[in-house]
Write a protein that binds this ligand. Structure first.
Ligand SMILES: C=C(O[C@@H]1C=C(C(=O)O)C=C[C@H]1O)C(=O)O
Length: 370
C-alpha cells in the first residue's frame, strides 16, 4: 500500500519535472518561431526592394523547406507530421507578409476546402465559391490570388469540368494536392431510427459509394447536388434524408456521422490543382501540365508523345477531351515529370515549335510533398 503511494509520489514528481521541461522547450520554440517570422518579414522587404509588384508566396521554396525538414527528421514524429507542422508555421509567416486569398468550391465543409487548408495551412484566407468555373473566373479576374480545383479521383477518374475550363482559361497551374477521401453517411442525430428515403451528395461521392449504396440503400433516391457540404445542409433538414460527405463537413452543421468510410475502394484519393496567374520556378522535383491540340490524322498522338519518350520524360497522366470546336477533334492533357525549364523537357517542348502539334504549357509546379 505504502509502496504504491511512494511510487505515485515519484511519478507525480517526475510528471511535474517533465512538465517544467516542456515549458522550457516551449519558451525556446516560441522565441525560435518568432525569430523565423521576423526573418520571413525581412525576406518580404528584400523581395519588395527588388520588385514592387513582387509575389510573396513561393511554392517552390515552401516545397524545398518541407522536403529538407523531412530529410533531417529523426523522429519520433513521422516525416509527414513534421512537414505538416512546418506547413503551418510557414502559413503563419506568409500571412505576416501578405494574407493569401484562395477560392475553392464551397460552401464550408467541402473536400476542396480541406485540400485548400492542407496546401496553404490554417492562416489562408479561404473564399468559398459556387462552382468550379467560378474558381477559374475569380483567379483570372484577380479577385483572389489562387484557386484550388479537383482534377481527378482515383476511383472515378477525371473531373471533366476542370479539364474543359483549362482550354479557354489563361490561368497557370502552380501546385497540387493529394487528399485521401473518406466518405461517410451523415445525417441528423438518430436519423437511422427512421427509414432513409433520400441520400444527397455531389455526383462524385455518389459514384465512389455506388456499391455500398446498392447493398445498403437500394431503395433510396440518390440526389446529386452542387457540393457535399450542400448535401449535408439538406440532410440536416430532412427527417428521412442523409448525405454522403467527409467528416470535416460535420463541423459546420448539426449532424452526426451515421456510418464511416463507405467508399467502395479503401484507397480513394482526389488530386487537386492550385491555379494562379504567375509561373513557378523549379524546386528540384516538379510536374508540368501540357495542353495539346492534335489534328485528326493518323499517327498524330504518336507525334505528340514521341519527343517526350525520346527525351526520357515520364508521363504521369494522359487525358483526352472533345475540343468543342468541331466534332471528333480532341485536345490532350499530358502531365509529365519535370519542370518546363528543365533541360530534357525544355528540349522536347522546343521540338513542337513549328510542328503540326500545338502544345501549350499550362504550368510547372513542385510535386506534392505531403
Ligand atoms: C520567406 C519566404 O516567403 C514565403 C514564406 C516562406 C517561409 O516561411 O519559409 C517560404 C516561401 C514563401 O512562400 C521566402 O520566399 O523565403
Amino acid at each position: 500500500m505504502n509502496e504504491s503511494k511512494d511510487l505515485d509520489q515519484q511519478n507525480a514528481l517526475s510528471l511535474d519535472a517533465l512538465r517544467k521541461r516542456i515549458n522550457a522547450v516551449d519558451s525556446e520554440l516560441l522565441s525560435l518561431i518568432s525569430e523565423r517570422a521576423q526573418l520571413a518579414q525581412r525576406v518580404a522587404e528584400a523581395k519588395l526592394a527588388e520588385d514592387p509588384d513582387t509575389v510573396f508566396y513561393r511554392p517552390e521554396r515552401e516545397a524545398q523547406v518541407m522536403r529538407r525538414i523531412m530529410a533531417l527528421n529523426e523522429g519520433p514524429l513521422s516525416d509527414e507530421e513534421m512537414a505538416r507542422l512546418f506547413r503551418e508555421i510557414m502559413s503563419s509567416c506568409l500571412a505576416l507578409e501578405q494574407p493569401i486569398s484562395v477560392a475553392y468550391l464551397g460552401p464550408n465543409g467541402t473536400y476542396s476546402q480541406q485540400a485548400t487548408l492542407k496546401h496553404f495551412g490554417g492562416a489562408v484566407e479561404g473564399v468559398p465559391v459556387a462552382t468550379i468555373p467560378d474558381v477559374f473566373r475569380q483567379v483570372e479576374a484577380g479577385q483572389v490570388a489562387y484557386g484550388v480545383v479537383p482534377v481527378e479521383n482515383s476511383t472515378e477518374g477525371a473531373i471533366n469540368q476542370t479539364f474543359d475550363m483549362f482550354v479557354s482559361s489563361n490561368v497557370r497551374v502552380c501546385g497540387e494536392i493529394f487528399l485521401p477521401i473518406h466518405n461517410n453517411l451523415i445525417g441528423r442525430r438518430g436519423a437511422l431510427d427512421e427509414p432513409i428515403e433520400r441520400i444527397y451528395s455531389h455526383s462524385q461521392p455518389l459514384a465512389q459509394c455506388r456499391g455500398w449504396l446498392a447493398v445498403h440503400y437500394p431503395q433510396a433516391e440518390l440526389i446529386a447536388v452542387s457540393s457535399n457540404a450542400e448535401a449535408v445542409r439538406l440532410a440536416e433538414q430532412d427527417k428521412n434524408g442523409a448525405a454522403i460527405a467527409g467528416s470535416h463537413a460535420t463541423h459546420y452543421f448539426d449532424v452526426d456521422i451515421l456510418v464511416r468510410n463507405i467508399e467502395d475502394l479503401a484507397s480513394n484519393v482526389t488530386h487537386f490543382l492550385v491555379i494562379g496567374r504567375e509561373p513557378v520556378g523549379p524546386s528540384g522535383d516538379d510536374r508540368t501540365l501540357l495542353l495539346a491540340s492534335v489534328h485528326n490524322q493518323p499517327g498524330a498522338l504518336e507525334r505528340l508523345l514521341e519527343p517526350l519518350s525520346r527525351h526520357g520524360i515520364d508521363i504521369t497522366h494522359l487525358e483526352s477531351r472533345p475540343s468543342r470546336v468541331q466534332p471528333w477533334h480532341y485536345v490532350f492533357f499530358v502531365e509529365v515529370k519535370g519542370h518546363c525549364e528543365d533541360g530534357p523537357l525544355a528540349q522536347a517542348l522546343e521540338e513542337y515549335e513549328g510542328s503540326m502539334i500545338d502544345v501549350r504549357v499550362l504550368g510547372s509546379w513542385p510535386a506534392a510533398v505531403i
